[in-house]
Design a protein around this ligand. Structure first.
Ligand code: PEP
Length: 250
């Protein structure tokens, strides 16, 4: 049985004050959505604050990115072992904004996935097609290519405790979510690719949906058999909305 995970990607938003308020709201409402795992992903500089506010609660935290290297002369980068100092559980790798704005190739993403695991962090691997790719009918080929880069480097065993997030690029931050059936079809495809290699791992891997998920559409998305939670951007910046999404998954 896969426990649903609702993860809030705060992107480059927030201040110490706003984050204190947001976390207080999430902490207060967490007990009511205990059936679902919650996790938040602040900007790096607020990790200490998040750790301080969430230690001892059931809410997990992590970051939106990490370096593929463990240490060294990489100005401006943050390494996996550093994230462990702040007791992060997860790290997002391959978010479409990293792929498109910062030129992260499938191979770089795969190396980041490996670096996360080496540090003892659970990677959340984001995959998904652009609107042009969907219209060309190559959604499955794109997702398969993104997945294979990681499978080639790390093998199927690496997915036993990793998470995958299917995030159609055309749905991120646009207010236009994939329909439950569109998302389910891709989630089932991803699971079938994992099952070709190891059916047990495939049945355990959580596959989240991301792309304009909000309280109003969460219940029907989360009701689909292969949707195991959500990676939520904009709607995770308000405690009430974030908790309502989680409630829909209970
Ligand atoms: C995201 O950034 O991962 C995301 C899904 O954003 P939004 O929910 O705002 O579309």
């Amino acid at each position: 049985m896969r426990r649903k995970l609702v993860a809030g990607n705060w992107k480059m938003n927030g201040s110490a004050d706003s984050i204190r308020g947001l976390l207080q709201g999430i902490r207060e409402g967490a007990a009511a959505v205990a059936g679902v795992e919650l996790a938040v992903f602040p900007p790096f500089v607020y990790l200490g604050l998040v750790e301080q506010q969430l230690s001892g609660t059931p809410i997990a935290w992590g970051t939106q990115n990490l370096s593929e290297h463990a240490a060294g002369a990489y100005t401006g980068e943050v390494a996996g072992p550093m994230l462990c100092d702040f007791h992060c559980a997860y790290v997002i790798v391959g978010h479409s904004e990293r792929r498109t704005l910062y030129g992260e190739s499938d191979q770089i993403v795969a190396r980041k996935f490996a670096a996360a695991r080496k540090a003892g962090l659970k990677p959340i691997l984001c995959v998904g097609e652009t609107l042009a790719e969907r219209e060309q009918g190559v959604t499955e080929a794109v997702v398969e290519r993104q997945l294979e880069a990681v499978l080639d480097l790390e093998g199927i065993g690496a997915f036993a405790d990793a998470v995958i997030a299917y995030e159609p690029v055309w749905a991120i931050g646009t207010g236009r979510n994939a329909t439950p059936q569109q998302a389910q079809d891709v989630h089932a495809f991803i699971r079938s690719k994992l099952a070709d290699l190891d059916p047990t791992v495939a049945s355990q891997t959580r596959i989240l949906y991301g792309g304009s998920m909000k309280a109003a559409n969460a219940a029907e998305l989360l009701a689909m058999p292969d949707i195991d939670g959500g990676l939520v951007g904009g709607a995770s910046l308000e405690a009430k909305e974030f908790l309502a999404i989680a409630k829909a998954g209970c």
